[in-house]
Design a protein around this ligand. Structure first.
Ligand code: ADP
Ligand code: MG
Length: 600
């Protein structure tokens, strides 16, 4: 592909260049258009850039590469296309940079990034896929309708009518069998005679919601999220649930356990496709994720976890513009698989780095800064990102979901800063990690006293059906217990143990016990690291019975001993495989210990 040079560079400032059309009569520049810079000094290079701001015949563009070597007068090719990804079979299992260049070299642990100006196809042009058609010649189809399927790893990948088509089209020609993503699979005809060739792949501009037109036309419809996305992490599922199609954030100071928790969620959540966006965190961490994931098995299918995962990585050592784009690339991939009726999950670690990339670019454009020098549109940009999550009824009536969880890493753990605040306004679930809990090694360090999930109400009928009619009230009761425990603990710190009544002391011990054996969960134990909802309910019932029993302890020492022993037994229970002899034994010991204390 060698487009014509239609503009040239007139200024360079870090990764922002200003360009001017050679002949403003003949063409125009478009916001978010992709252009390629041809450095005169390096004729073999084509450096990708995106137009951010158009001022008549001039425009500012951000360059997705180092701008070292770009000079005044260098030629610029226009593509007329918006920054896009290529959608089709072969995305699963890939490790990409923010612009969908596969980073195979990196994935193999070489730690080598693509050399400058080199782009690789997002979908392997050689790979062949077995296409089965589900439509026949003469049938009418609309944007987003399924034409056929190809098996891709653990899923059946739907090949859909291009999402940008208007009106009803007729299948003019369709074939089956083995083909690459570039070979024609079908041909569609419009009422006005226009013809469109369909391949297994199609492009989509990442900054535009993929189902936008389908929703406008009523081909797909948005549904209200009503089912939980089970993460197998007890404190989340039972206390602060995330829903299929929901938006949640995990703010926390450096080292509080965001990445460990997000990886657990990516591994164990009840979804079909996971997109992990490692955005601007240290390269070492990203390499760890990339080498870890392929080795891990999906507990449900026994396949490599990588088979259902796409990793997009932009470490702090990669260009800032590509970091900003990576979030949108990830979202678009999730929207695509959602359109097939699948449950998708995107994890952004961390959205703060993305916001910082936005701030840097905005600063270079000399835009009017808002709070802490973030651009004034920070709020709407964050909202725009989380809004793309949701549940959709797709064209063929199947239901797909796209859930988005973002880590936020505010400097010094100060949640009052703009990125955390804007994010809190955009999500319905806040899992706040506390430095104190992480310091005490209370993992996951989600603070039960400050976290919240507005989804609890939204999944009420699901919860009533699956967890019992009184589940929600009992959870409230437990949150109340944790608060009372904390109040008593504070009082004790002032007044000393003698200043606390025996009754209050027992409440404080009970709250601590609930925290230790239910809220905390061992990420590194094969059994405890992931707990099914069914087992969570069983455990909750047991814990609830203990903390609501009105034990008559002889004194504080007796109360403390009781809860210490109980905590030990429950931890062992949590480590025991379900229905194993160990499990039965610990359950028996728990019952015996419980009945050894008289109740009032
Ligand atoms: P963050 O991403 O918030 O900066 P990390 O997730 O990298 O923090 O966690 C930092 C360290 O804390 C980890 O390397 C690990 O030692 C410890 N840690 C975090 N979460 C857990 C956990 N669930 N169980 C045990 N250790 C943990
Ligand atoms: Mg981290």
């Amino acid at each position: 592909m060698s487009a014509d040079v239609t503009a040239s560079i007139i200024a360079v400032q870090e990764d922002i260049v200003r360009l001017r059309l050679a002949d403003p009569e003949k063409g125009r520049l478009m916001k978010n258009e992709v252009v390629y810079i041809r450095p005169a000094r390096e004729p073999q290079q084509r450096l990708k850039a995106e137009v951010l701001r158009v001022m008549g015949a001039e425009a500012d563009a951000q360059v997705y590469e180092s701008t070292v070597g770009i000079g005044l007068g260098d030629g610029v090719e226009q593509t007329g296309l918006l920054l896009s990804v290529r959608l089709g079979p072969g995305l699963l299992g890939q490790v990409y940079d923010g612009l969908q260049n596969p980073l195979e070299a990196l994935a193999q642990g070489h730690g080598v990034f693509l050399p400058k100006g080199v782009a690789a196809p997002g979908l392997d042009p050689q790979a062949r896929w077995a296409f089965s058609a589900t439509r026949k010649v003469g049938e009418r189809v609309r944007a987003g309708d399924t034409l056929g399927t190809v098996p891709e790893g653990p899923i059946l990948h739907k090949i859909m009518v291009p999402f940008d088509l208007d009106e009803d089209w007729t299948v003019d020609w369709i074939r089956e069998g083995s083909m690459t993503v570039d070979e024609p699979a079908a041909r569609l005809k419009a009422p006005n005679g226009a013809v469109r060739t369909v391949t297994l792949a199609q492009p989509w501009p990442v900054r535009r919601a993929l189902p936008r037109r389908l929703l406008d036309k009523g081909y797909s419809t948005r549904l209200y999220p009503s089912e939980p996305m089970v993460t197998t992490q007890r404190i989340i599922d039972a206390f602060f649930p995330v829903v299929q199609g929901g938006a949640a954030c995990i703010p926390g100071p450096f080292g509080a356990g965001k990445t460990v928790l997000l990886n657990l969620i990516a591994r164990h959540s009840d979804v079909d496709v996971v997109v992990l966006v490692a955005c601007g965190e240290r390269a070492g961490e990203v390499v760890e994720t990339i080498t870890d994931f392929p080795r891990l098995k999906d507990p449900k299918t026994g396949r490599s976890l990588m088979d259902r995962t796409i990793i997009i990585c932009n470490t702090s050592s990669m260009p800032v513009a590509s970091r900003e784009a990576s979030i949108y690339t990830g979202i678009t991939l999730c929207e695509y698989y959602r359109q097939m009726g699948l449950r998708t999950l995107m994890i952004a670690d961390s959205s703060s780095r993305w916001a910082q990339a936005m701030r840097e670019t905005s600063g270079r454009l000399e835009e009017i800064p808002g709070e802490e020098a973030f651009p004034a549109y920070l709020d709407s940009a964050i909202k725009g990102v989380y809004e793309r999550a949701g549940v959709l009824k797709t064209n063929d009536g199947s239901v797909g979901a796209f859930t988005l969880i973002g880590a936020v890493s505010p400097a010094g753990g100060n949640f009052e800063e703009p990125v955390t605040q804007s994010t809190l306004a955009a999500v319905k679930c806040f899992l706040g990690l506390s430095y104190d809990r992480a310091y005490k090694r209370f993992y996951p360090a989600i603070d039960p006293l400050t976290s919240w999930s507005r989804y609890r109400k939204q999944i009420d009928s699901w919860v009533t059906e699956h967890m019992g009619a009184d589940w929600s009230a009992r959870i409230d009761e437990m949150i109340d217990l944790l608060n009372r425990g904390e109040d008593i603990h504070r009082m004790e710190q002032v007044a000393g143990e003698d200043g606390v009544s025996l009754e209050d002391f027992a409440v404080m011990e009970a709250a601590k016990f609930l925290d230790m054996v239910f809220l905390q969960q061992d990420a590194f134990d094969a059994v405890d690291s992931s707990m099914s909802l069914e087992r969570q309910k069983q455990l909750f019932d047991r814990v609830y019975a203990i903390v609501t029993s009105r034990y008559r302890f002889a004194d504080k020492e007796a109360a403390r001993n009781f809860f210490t022993r109980m905590t030990g037994l429950f931890k062992n229970l949590n480590y025991a495989a379900p229905e194993s002899p160990d499990f039965e034994r610990f359950a028996g010991e728990i019952d015996a210990l419980s009945t050894s204390v008289p109740v009032t």
